[in-house]
Design a protein around this ligand. Structure first.
Ligand code: FAD
Length: 317
């Protein structure tokens, strides 16, 4: 079922979450058992992230460097199939521009359509760690809006090659990312919103936000998005802080600020357990206020660790 239909049918705020495919070599069984407790809160959909290949440089005895591709978290499509089969919920794969040609994207979408996936989150992706800026594949997309356009074309039965034309058309519901604290490359919020609107004008039907820790930032973002003429649902992303490292890593990685009130509490923490307790309390407060504001769903970035999200959901749903 489409995310937009789940949202339309709901009469209160929904619970949803995102997981990461397990690291290469780890088992799917462990992942599924790990998220099973969260099914108590009846998530209508579960997002599965995608991680593009990274490159490492291997030094040979003759001094030459070899560029080698590594893929740490394969299997997004397979994990979606496993989640749908095991829990009978919708799985939403994340699709990236980065690392994909249009042809590979089309093939991935055909596979997803075959296994019964109804929704995709269309993203540009980041530059690989070894490259300073995002560079599209020679036959790939530079921005998420172009990926949205390709998916909409397939929904209209228009494929890359004539021989596939007139075959069964797909019917994906398309989500895109939004940034309450602005995407880090955008020179201003106005600029970022212009291109968010482009994604929606091209066919995106809902927005999932980057994590934020200050609800005011989300509420102000929603106001600005509405003023820009965008009317689709905006699902807030929630990330409970759980380790000492995340206190500085999250702002650095995701270009966001922690509010003073939260930082003051985190500064008193001596262990990861202390941080987790503060993170849970903060998220509960955030979630209660967002539910009162009647947001469409609380979408948790679980990083595949369900225990923290479970404790929060138990309090707020
Ligand atoms: P875009 O919408 O393409 O925007 C990228 C930048 O370009 C923005 O600054 C925008 O303002 C600007 N821009 C857009 N269009 C134009 C244009 N036509 N001309 C000039 N500038 C333009 N990453 C992963 O690798 N895997 C994941 O699974 C993943 N999941 C995510 C889920 C969510 C909910 C979010 C919020 C992010 C996720 N990301 C993921 C991270 C995302 O890939 C990065 O934030 C990436 O840098 C931007 O992706 P985007 O789709 O927002 O890009």
């Amino acid at each position: 079922m489409k995310i937009t239909d789940h949202l339309k049918n709901a009469n209160s705020t929904l619970f949803s979450f995102e997981i990461l495919p397990p690291l290469k070599g780890q088992s799917l069984k462990e992942l599924l058992e790990g998220i099973a407790p969260l099914m108590e809160f009846k998530p209508p959909f579960v997002d599965v992230t995608y991680h593009r290949e990274e490159f490492i440089y291997k030094k040979h005895p003759n001094g030459l460097l070899e560029k080698v591709s590594t893929k740490k978290r394969p299997g997004t499509v397979g994990i979606c199939a496993a989640i749908m089969n095991r829990f009978h919920v919708d799985a939403v794969p994340h699709l990236l521009c980065g690392g994909f040609t249009k042809e590979e994207t089309e093939n991935a979408l055909i596979d997803l359509n075959f296994i019964g996936v109804d929704n995709v989150l269309a993203l540009r992706g980041d530059a690989p760690k070894t490259e300073g800026r995002f560079i599209a594949e020679p036959e790939g997309h530079s921005f998420a809006s172009e990926l949205v356009e390709q998916i909409v074309r397939m929904n209209n039965g228009r494929y890359l090659h004539e021989e596939t034309e007139n075959s069964y058309h797909t019917d994906f519901c398309i989500g895109v990312a939004g940034y309450p604290e602005k995407h880090f490359e955008a020179p201003s919020m106005k600029f970022d919103l212009k291109y968010l609107k482009e994604k929606v004008d091209k066919g995106a039907e809902y927005i999932v936000t980057q994590m934020f820790f200050d609800n005011q930032k989300y509420f102000e973002f929603v106001d600005k998005v509405r003023q820009a003429g965008i009317t689709v649902p905006i699902i807030p992303g929630i990330k409970p802080i759980a380790t000492m490292g995340q206190i500085t890593n999250l702002p650095r990685t995701f270009f966001l600020d922690l509010p003073d009130e939260l930082t003051d509490e985190l500064e008193k923490c001596k262990t990861n357990a202390d941080v987790k307790a503060v993170g849970i309390e903060w998220s509960i407060k955030q979630c209660r206020e967002l539910i009162d504001a009647n947001v469409p769903s609380l979408h948790f970035y679980t990083m595949s660790k369900a225990d923290t999200t479970y404790k929060i959901a138990k309090e707020v749903f």
